[in-house]
Design a protein around this ligand. Structure first.
Ligand SMILES: Nc1ncnc2c1ncn2[C@@H]1O[C@H](COP(=O)(O)OP(=O)(O)OP(=O)(O)O)[C@@H](O)[C@H]1O
Length: 457
């Protein structure tokens, strides 16, 4: 490839990846020549070379071919500094696969900023139901781009309820709407890892400039940095720098900001300063919806498998832990049915998923629920079960009834009996009331979530 072709290539890249990306990542590169079909491109830092290699390597290679060169691979290296003028030797053909190389400087590291996005995690594949509709709506709003309205968007919820899925969906959508946007997604653990690496390699300036030059920063599982003082400190500064520039930040965690222990107060309050929304535990309808959706994907892999009526309903009823388990169960079921050449009916389901079904059996007792709820609302157990109807006792009683219905396999009459011999219609009324309140009243939803977690722990 010639310098002239490199010039044409730069113009093309600018159009393909957008002006912003071009200016930040491509312009500072220097084309140094071609050796045996390998284009040698120098980057100012290892960090930058690695990032370009990973993010734009493929598109660069295809554009090199499009401008008429016969380059088979790109080799990135660091621009020689004044005191180290020698150029590192090229790797031999057998050392490297086709395509672009990673940097070959001794400091080569995995300081690459972003984590890959899962192709399957888009808005199209995200099933919306009551428990996640608010989080979904907020995610959609952010994904539309436009002026930053709430910053940060803080998504939280229990394990496997779709936080990562929603974050990836936002990233995909933002990128589709505006390919120029520099969207960076990574887990808090990766943030810490990269920070520590940058400190060790004395590349904090690189680290800061990368993280401060993004348009949208997404950090998954932020609870991970709790108790890690210097990472928190750096996170705080990155956060502030981006908010000051009006750049969107999206954070996820397994609990609300004020429930994350060992988090500095200034970070906690920063995290609370935008919109905090939670993904509630799934309900039966949502689980069924998700299963119906996932069945289509299974059918593609196992077109020979027949699914009988009632199986999805059974699974949605029996596996209420989290969506990941639900998905895993379905995959296993289809694979098993295909292997043994049987239809997926209730018999096969129980046989194939015996362990999963056993593990998700609810083991919480009515006693435990009553005790926990009484403790939570600071009332006596006797008052929870007794006849008094004042609100201070009636509401916790209804909460406990609701949790008994949700977390045990007891029938309404059985539950009524354990609440001072009340009628099953009283229990039903209580359960409905709490369902209603959990939708309208954030505090109630939070109380329920806390209690549920405490009971299932
Ligand atoms: N509403 C939904 N619609 C479709 N799939 C979903 C939904 N919620 C969760 N899933 C699926 O469940 C699996 C787990 O979701 P995800 O990884 O997003 O959970 P998470 O909340 O990030 O969990 P963790 O706390 O373990 O990180 C994924 O395969 C995801 O696609």
């Amino acid at each position: 490839m010639t310098q002239e072709q490199w010039g044409v290539l730069q113009d093309r890249l600018c159009k393909t990846i957008g002006e912003n990306n071009y200016r930040t990542w491509i312009k500072p590169l220097r084309f140094e020549g071609t050796e045996n079909g390998v284009a040698i491109v120098a980057a100012p830092t290892t960090f930058m070379g690695n990032y370009v290699s990973q993010t734009f390597g493929d598109v660069m290679l295809s554009q090199m071919n499009a401008v008429g060169s016969d380059v088979r691979r790109i080799h990135f290296r660091v621009m020689p500094s004044a005191n180290s003028p020698t150029r590192p030797s090229l790797p031999t053909e057998s050392e490297k696969p086709a395509g672009q190389d990673a940097m070959t400087q001794p400091n080569t590291s995995d300081l690459l900023p972003g984590a890959p996005l899962d192709r399957r995690f888009t808005f199209e594949t995200f099933v919306v139901g009551k428990p996640n509709e608010l989080a979904h709506a907020a995610a959609r709003r952010v994904a539309e781009g436009g002026p930053v309205t709430f910053n940060p968007l803080f998504l939280y919820g229990g394990v496997g309820l779709g936080k990562t899925h929603l974050m990836h969906a936002i990233a995909w959508e933002l990128r589709a709407r505006n390919p120029e946007l520099n969207v960076l997604y990574l887990s808090a653990e990766q943030f810490m890892y990269r920070f520590v690496q940058a400190l060790r390699d004395r590349r904090m300036m690189d680290f800061k400039s990368i993280f401060r030059s993004v348009d949208v920063l997404m950090v998954d599982d932020v609870q991970f940095i709790a108790g890690k003082d210097s990472t928190q400190e750096e996170f705080f500064h990155t956060f502030n720098a981006l908010v000051d520039q009006n750049k969107q930040i999206i954070i996820s965690a397994d609990r609300a900001p004020d429930e994350i222990k060992d988090l500095e107060n200034r970070i906690r309050s920063r995290l609370q300063s935008g919109l905090v929304v939670d993904l509630h535990p799934t309900d039966y309808e949502l689980r069924l919806g998700i299963l119906q959706n996932k069945v289509d994907a299974q059918r593609v892999h196992y077109p020979d498998v027949t699914l009988e009526n009632g199986v999805l309903e059974f699974l949605a009823h029996r596996i209420s832990t989290n969506v990941r388990v639900l998905e895993g169960a379905l995959t296993r079921l289809f694979a098993f049915a295909s292997l043994v050449g049987r239809k997926v009916g209730l018999d096969l389901t129980q046989e194939c998923l015996a362990d999963v079904l056993r593990a998700s059996e609810r083991k919480v007792s009515i006693d435990e629920i009553q005790r926990k709820v009484a403790e939570h609302y600071n009332i006596r157990l006797a008052d929870m079960i007794g006849p008094k109807r004042t609100r201070a006792f009636a509401r916790p009683r209804q909460v406990a009834m609701y949790l008994c219905k949700q977390l045990t396999s007891r029938s309404l009459p059985e539950i009524g009996k354990r609440f001072g011999g009340r009628d099953h219609t009283t229990v039903m009324h209580g359960v409905r009331r709490i369902e209603e309140l959990s939708r309208q009243d954030g505090q109630m939803a939070e109380d329920l979530e806390l209690l549920r977690r405490a009971l299932e722990a």
